[in-house]
Design a protein around this ligand. Structure first.
Ligand code: SAH
Ligand code: SF4
Length: 346
């Protein structure tokens, strides 16, 4: 929703200031689907707004729901015809978390990631980023499934398509809008931004958004393997990433989540766990580092997820080395909307 344009239109029509507030509340808080649903304004205004502007900057192509009702994926068609995906996941009972995209495709080319295989197409605008949340609000409001509707959308994660720190201007604006009490009004602590490890991006984020959660897609604690699977490591190797994290902690005291995909016989041995623990200790502030062990969602024939047993052992090794870790249940696999599977085949 282009709220700057909305304001202009209302001003042009000589509407009083509180009108904008009323309309913003209906759109951003209540999730109305069209202007015609806003009962607090006159019929004439509803009609003229409907002609001059629209609420969502894209249309939806497809919505896929997992049978267990715990994840829903939407395929959205942008105005220029490009497609993006967004997923709604319920990681804990009673709540929805929206996983949103920041770019169409991604330039980083991580070998285990479906989005990486698409390559980079373009950046999303702040409006296109936050409209994904509006889309889910509208979807939940209209859903005829009581269980889907009853859960509250409380969290936002930037873990869809794209590398947020390579689209920082628009991502920053989108974070401002999401936390603006007159718009979405999310608490900073309910939002997480995930990066593959762009050094300057991490440092800036600490300065500009110290209250928003940061997640680092580390996945490998040795440069050789990390470069092999994540080309970003050629530019920002583990040493540079460490320095960026240390700078980050000069500005923020929030816990940082270290994402670690468990790949069988690639990064899941006891030696790998020790390397990881040692690396995190070398960063310092281990009480502010928490490892999420993620089940690999199959995107390539050559890679396999680690077994549950290997993952549990890995977690125990980390624990013995004073590193806290959680095994993350994979959600959304059924709708091909789990993290890393967001690739739009056109
Ligand atoms: N580009 C950013 C944010 C989007 S990716 C980043 O990489 O952090 C969101 C998360 O999903 C990252 O942690 C990413 O490494 C992970 N991911 C990618 N492919 C995956 C796969 N096949 N299975 C599980 N997680 C995957
Ligand atoms: Fe891009 Fe993240 Fe996928 Fe890597 S994991 S290709 S950075 S979206």
């Amino acid at each position: 929703m282009n709220y700057v344009n909305l304001e202009k239109i209302l001003k042009g029509q000589g509407e009083p200031k509180f009108r904008l507030k009323q309309i913003k509340k209906a759109i951003f808080q209540d999730g109305v689907f069209s202007f015609s649903e806003i009962s607090t304004i006159s019929k004439e205004l509803r009609e003229s707004l409907g002609k001059e502007t629209k609420i969502l900057s894209f249309s939806w192509e497809k919505v896929l729901k997992a049978r267990d009702g715990q994840s829903i994926k939407a395929l959205l068609k942008l105005e220029d015809g490009n497609l993006i995906e967004t997923v709604l996941i319920s990681p804990k009972p009673g709540f929805w978390s929206a996983c949103i995209s920041s770019q169409v495709g991604c330039a980083m080319g991580c070998r285990f990631c479906a989005t990486g295989k698409m390559g980079f197409i373009r950046n999303l605008t702040a409006e296109e980023i936050t409209d994904q949340i509006l889309f889910w609000k509208q979807y939940l409001k209209k859903s005829s499934t009581p269980i889907v509707q009853s859960l509250k959308l409380t969290n936002v994660v930037y873990m869809g398509m794209g590398e947020p720190f390579l689209n920082w201007e628009e991502v920053r604006q989108s974070l401002k809008d999401l936390t603006n009490p007159e718009l979405f009004g999310f608490g900073s602590r309910s939002i997480s931004v995930s990066t593959s490890g762009i050094g300057e991006g991490i440092e800036n984020f600490g300065k500009e958004c110290p209250q928003i959660n940061l997640a680092i897609s580390l996945h490998f604690a040795g440069d050789k393997r990390r470069s092999e699977f994540m080309p970003v490591n050629n530019k920002y190797n583990l040493e540079k990433l460490k320095k960026a994290l240390q700078k980050y902690f000069e500005n923020s005291n929030r816990k940082v989540f270290i994402e670690y995909i468990m790949l069988e016989n690639i990064n899941d041995s006891q030696a790998d766990a020790l390397n990881l623990a040692n690396y995190l200790k070398s960063v310092g502030k281990t009480h502010l580092l928490h490892v999420n062990l993620i089940r690999y969602n199959t995107t390539s024939k050559n890679l396999k997820p680690s077994s549950g047993n290997a993952t549990q052992k890995f977690k125990n090794y980390l624990f013995q080395n004073n590193i806290s870790a959680t095994i993350r249940k994979s959600l959304g696999e059924e709708v091909q909307g789990a993290c890393g599977q967001l690739a739009t085949k056109i």
